[in-house]
Design a protein around this ligand. Structure first.
Ligand SMILES: *Cc1c(COP(=O)(O)O)cnc(C)c1O
Length: 399
């Protein structure tokens, strides 16, 4: 049978082409779209082949908990679109990726520093799980480089940040924190989920490892869960992969395939996400019933200079507060006709959530208030619908 291999992409191939084609492994059937390899195991032509695959001498797949052709296509495509990455590992969810990126190397007696504003589950891992295993944790005001400087100790081994942070969109200066991590030899992990690989390149700014939930913009249409960790070949191969292989947060090949299909349109969607979000943020900012709007693409954003420096655009996430607290927020959300109430984000559909009672309800009320997650705060993930329809929907709900 003819072998229909695809030709490798040239070095200077542009992003949009990579999003559609990078990593494609075509089988002997010459299928146009990437195939779904929905198999758990692989057969070997001899016992010797099995032996040499298991000891890593021969290339090839051994078990889908380790890797599978569809997962490999996704890893290779992600690798091509993440500047500075040498290797990738995909996982079952963003949280599996966050957890593995920390747990694969941390040990009792280590000290981890994180920005204060974190997604609820990241907050749980750092503040509930890590201390149970003898890891010391410090949370700092992520905006304040001086606070970062002060937080480092002799035993600081890991630093974890989200920027923009979920849900209040605070930014952390990646380059500034990276310099401190280098000085103190700490491993620097950036959760780049809100920005996506299209808007921000943490590895180029000095991070050691970048983490994604492919559930968000990469799938982009609310269908699958998935996650990914990217970094140096040494970190991924020697430290992360053994942890991943033996603990089992493997991504389903079907979900990997959906994500591959999602990536094909990521740049087009992100463009629309960002231009829509800017229009919506400007509208909200001009509305008398709105207390404040936080959007990295607005000149009124407190860290606008940093946003311009480390992000290519403002993204699709907006945080805003309506006058009148929780009651007014709920009233606004219940009055929406197009925008759905949902805690997911990065979807083609615009989604709104009330973090204090959903995504961040596991953090106690005092701490929430201290990090700016007030009772009136809403987080809006702007979709790719028509911007005027979204503005009009908010306008009628605010009446
Ligand atoms: C959604 C999200 C995660 C977790 O991703 P899942 O795919 O839902 O597990 C982690 N960090 C941030 C900032 C997120 O928004």
């Amino acid at each position: 049978m003819t072998k229909y291999t695809n030709k490798p992409l040239k070095n200077k191939t542009k992003l949009s082409t990579k999003l559609v084609r990078a990593g494609t492994l075509r089988s002997n059937f010459g299928e146009t779209s990437e195939a779904i390899f929905m198999n758990s195991g692989f057969c070997y032509d001899s016992a010797e082949t099995a032996e040499s695959r298991f000891n890593g001498v021969a290339p090839g797949f051994v078990y889908s908990r380790y890797l599978n052709p569809t997962l490999k296509m996704l890893e290779d495509r992600l690798l091509e679109i993440e500047p500075g990455a040498e290797a990738a590992c995909v996982m079952a969810s963003g949280m599996a990726a966050v957890f593995a990126s920390i747990m694969c190397s941390i040990k009792p007696g280590d000290h981890l520093i994180a920005g204060k504003v974190l997604f609820g589950s990241c907050h749980y891992i750092i503040n509930q799980i890590l201390p149970r295993f003898g890891v010391e944790v410090t949370l700092v005001d992520g905006k304040d480089l001086k606070a970062w400087e002060k937080a480092f100790r002799k035993n600081t081994t890991h630093v974890f940040i989200e920027t923009p942070a979920n849900p209040n969109l605070e930014l952390i200066d990646i380059e500034g924190v990276a310099k401190l991590c280098k000085k103190h030899k700490a491993f620097f992990i950036v959760d780049n989920i809100f920005a996506s690989p299209l808007l921000q390149h943490p590895l180029e700014l000095g991070a050691d490892c970048v983490v994604y939930s492919t559930t968000k913009h990469m799938d982009g249409q609310g269908r699958t869960l998935g996650g990914a960790v990217l970094g140096s070949e040494k970190f991924i191969k020697e430290t992360l992969l053994p942890f991943h292989r033996h603990t089992g947060p493997a991504l389903s090949p079907f979900n990997a395939w959906v994500t591959l299909k999602g990536l094909e349109t990521l740049d087009m969607r992100m463009e629309r996400h960002c231009s829509n979000a800017l229009k919506v943020a400007k509208f909200l900012e001009s509305h008398p019933k709105i207390e404040r709007v936080v959007y990295p693409g607005l000149p009124s954003f407190p860290q606008y200079k940093l946003a311009k420096k480390q992000m290519k655009a403002g993204g699709n996430m907006i945080a805003f507060e309506v006058k009148g607290g929780k009651k007014a927020a709920f009233k606004l959300m219940n009055g929406l006709e197009i925008i759905d109430i949902s805690n997911n984000l990065g979807d083609a559909k615009s989604l709104i959530t009330h973090p204090a009672t959903t995504t961040h309800s596991n953090i106690d009320a005092k701490e929430r208030a201290a990090i700016g997650i007030g009772e009136g705060l809403m987080r809006l993930s702007v979709g790719i619908e028509d911007a005027d329809d979204l503005v009009n929907d908010l306008k009628q709900a605010l009446k």
